[in-house]
Design a protein around this ligand. Structure first.
Ligand SMILES: Cc1cc2nc3c(=O)[nH]c(=O)nc-3n(C[C@H](O)[C@H](O)[C@H](O)COP(=O)(O)OP(=O)(O)OC[C@H]3O[C@@H](n4cnc5c(N)ncnc54)[C@H](O)[C@@H]3O)c2cc1C
Ligand code: FES
Length: 352
């Protein structure tokens, strides 16, 4: 099927295979397509259908409720049934960043570990090597569960790799969460086959544009930050830049990656600062003493960031945010209105 998309000032044309979502077909060569979550929740891939017919891959996609008329669709949730002419509002301009092309790749789970209550890490070996940018994610499908789940890579590799690491948080009532966190399923995850689409995501670390970083993460929002900070570490001795991560969890028992974060702070010779914010109960003295390279505070992570970031903010600051939508919205407001960061310097992934 031929897909023609017009945006302000530019048009795109690509082929969409049978049964493929329009966004996924387009992303193999056109990273400038408008999207954020790639999984039907954010609405940023909204398009108007000018001609042709299509079907919904997931008619219940949450972002569908924000569409205003029957001729509007979500690129990430629609399958072309004929040639399609579509219109989008965005500019469709190519970024200067070297976004790798995205595709479906088969994979196998080769490691699964419990990191904290309701949090696990997964390592997937892909049948083909990929190159991904720090901060990107993949949409992973399990045979038993309909639809894919977006997960950010926690690892950082300069070249190609066929192994991608994820950290996954149990979502109460979530379909895949119920499956993955079942004790019997978890015990037999290694060796299980999955299918993944990617790499995708535009909230990436730009290695060619040295900035001071402020990263704000809630829960597994820290996933992409792990990759970004590892990439930052590769260059910071040359650039002299610094980075701070504000990582919010409810209680000390919910925190994870503490040893990995300690290692990053140590390797950076404290050019990276990590502040863990507990919203529900503070850390004990013993806990604080155990992690001498990490700072602790109490409260919601965006409030803690506002209290603590001033000393780390410079005119060259770029912010990365990831986590549940209320956290990202709160942090966005604070960074724009209180910290006066320019909107173009704030990149984010909302996990829902
Ligand atoms: C950019 C991005 C990065 C993310 N990174 C992470 C991460 O690193 N770690 C993490 O734990 N979570 C991450 N998330 C959240 C994650 O994608 C899931 O929401 C989470 O794993 C819960 O899945 P669930 O099946 O338990 O919940 P559910 O509520 O059942 O499903 C969650 C999401 O899966 C998709 N979905 C559900 N059913 C269908 C269907 N039938 N067809 C198509 N799609 C469907 C939808 O997007 C839905 O919102 C990220 C989300 C985004 C958008
Ligand atoms: S990219 Fe399609 S709804 Fe988010």
């Amino acid at each position: 099927m031929k897909i023609e998309i017009s945006g302000t000032g530019a048009n795109l044309e690509f082929e969409c295979p049978l049964e493929e979502r329009v966004l996924y077909a387009g992303l193999s060569n056109n990273p400038q397509l408008p999207y954020e979550c790639a999984t039907g929740t954010c609405g940023s891939c909204k398009a108007k259908c000018v001609s042709g017919s299509y079907e919904w891959a997931w008619p219940e996609a949450p972002a569908r409720k924000n569409l205003k008329s029957d001729d509007e669709l979500l690129l990430c949730q629609c399958i072309a049934k004929s040639n399609l002419k579509l219109e989008v509002r965005s500019k469709l301009v190519k970024s200067h960043l070297p976004f790798p092309s995205a595709d479906w790749i088969n994979g196998q789970i080769i490691n699964a570990e419990n990191l904290a209550p309701g949090v696990m890490s997964l390592r997937i070996r892909l049948a083909q090597s990929i190159h991904f940018l720090p901060g990107q994610f993949m949409v992973v499908e399990f045979p038993q569960i309909s639809g894919g789940r977006a997960w950010s890579m926690t690892n950082f590799v300069e070249g190609n790799t066929n192994e991608v690491d994820f950290v996954i948080k149990m979502k109460p009532g979530g379909l895949l969460s119920k499956h993955l966190f079942d004790t019997n399923v978890f015990a037999s995850l290694c060796g299980k086959s999955v299918r993944a689409f990617g790499p995708v995501g535009k909230a990436v670390f730009d290695q060619g544009n040295a900035r001071d970083l402020v990263c704000i993460a809630g829960g597994t929002g820290v996933a992409g930050m792990m990759s970004i900070l590892q990439a930052f570490l590769k260059n910071h001795s040359k650039t002299g830049r610094k980075a701070s991560l504000y990582f919010g969890v409810r209680t000390p028992a919910d925190a994870f990656f503490m040893n990995e974060l300690t290692q990053i702070v140590r390797d950076s010779k404290r050019a990276v600062r990590v502040v863990v914010a507990f919203s529900d109960s503070p850390a004990s003295k013993d806990y604080i003493a155990k992690y001498e390279y990490i700072d602790f505070d109490e409260g919601f992570v965006h409030e803690v960031t506002m209290r603590q970031m001033e000393a780390w903010k410079t005119p060259q600051t770029r912010a990365y945010l990831a986590g549940p939508p209320p956290l990202v919205d709160g942090a966005l407001r604070a960074l724009l209105l209180q910290a006066k960061l320019a909107a173009g310097e704030i990149l984010y992934d909302k996990f829902g």
